[in-house]
Design a binder for this molecule. Sequence first.
Ligand SMILES: Nc1nc2c(ncn2[C@@H]2O[C@H](COP(=O)(O)OP(=O)(O)OP(=O)(O)O)[C@@H](O)[C@H]2O)c(=O)[nH]1
Ligand SMILES: [Mg+2]
Length: 292
Amino acid sequence: MKSGFVAVIGRANAGKSTLVNVLVGEKVAIVSPKPQTTRDRILGILTTEDYQIAFIDTPGIYKADNLLNSVMQKTTADSSADVDAVLFVMDAHEGVSDTDLNLLKKYAEQKTSTILALTKTDIMPESLLISELKQLGELGVEIVPVSARKGKNIKELLKVILNKLPEGEKLFEQDIVSDRSEKFMISEIMREKILLKFDKEIPHGIAIIVNKFGLMEGGRTYEINLDIVCEKANHKAILIGKGGKAIKEVSSFARADMEKFLGRKVFLTTYVKVKEDWRNSAQLMKEYGYEQ
Ligand SMILES: Nc1nc2c(ncn2[C@@H]2O[C@H](COP(=O)(O)OP(=O)(O)OP(=O)(O)O)[C@@H](O)[C@H]2O)c(=O)[nH]1
Ligand SMILES: [Mg+2]
């Protein structure tokens, strides 16, 4: 059988996590329309009788403007070392930017095989795709146009990836789809709902701390207690909303997803806290799980 690691790399908001979820067939990473949604390296593992691929979802490439972001950028750089292939994801509907081109060139020049996935093809004219294929074809990497949202060309992409992987044994047990704990996923679900509901700097300045996560007596309901850490007092006021309306709404969306994920009822309580400038504090970042 074939097995190997594939680093999924690209600019922030390109569609990496959406593609990883579709390739794996389960939601292992949260997704949002805002850049810098993914903050950690997350494994999504696809196992069949013939192969096992461990996709490494990474934080999107973005200029670092605080300590958290520079840690994220290092995570991405480190993730592409020692892998069997790099899957470079580009948002094709936006057109090819110089930043994309320069980044792709850098990866294409490395020894590791690079495959280019041009994604979001469902929301662009075919004429643009054709001209991009022509422009990018000169780089000498294999290109697969896909739509993660519509599940288009995913099998073809898998074939191209498999061609780059060595023969080998399974690296993970059959049933494992991610290397992340349930507790991590719970905090990510909460962060996803905040990313979807709030704008500008608020979601980027959020950290989630899981204070309690366990089954209540009787074993039918999970009790989950979260701290939502934000950066400023006025962010806290917006997060809570008039009469607690905003926090109630996001918590209820989060709870519904947590229940789906855990397969049990969830009793969720949340508490909003302020920690000024935590994204520049090495100590607080460590406390919140963002290690350097
Ligand atoms: N129309 C369309 N939208 C897509 C597709 N793939 C992703 N998106 C959307 O693009 C946005 C970003 O998707 P993500 O998967 O979070 O992107 P990412 O590259 O992981 O972003 P970061 O984690 O911030 O680097 C979301 O709103 C997705 O729904 C696609 O194939 N078609
Ligand atoms: Mg992502």
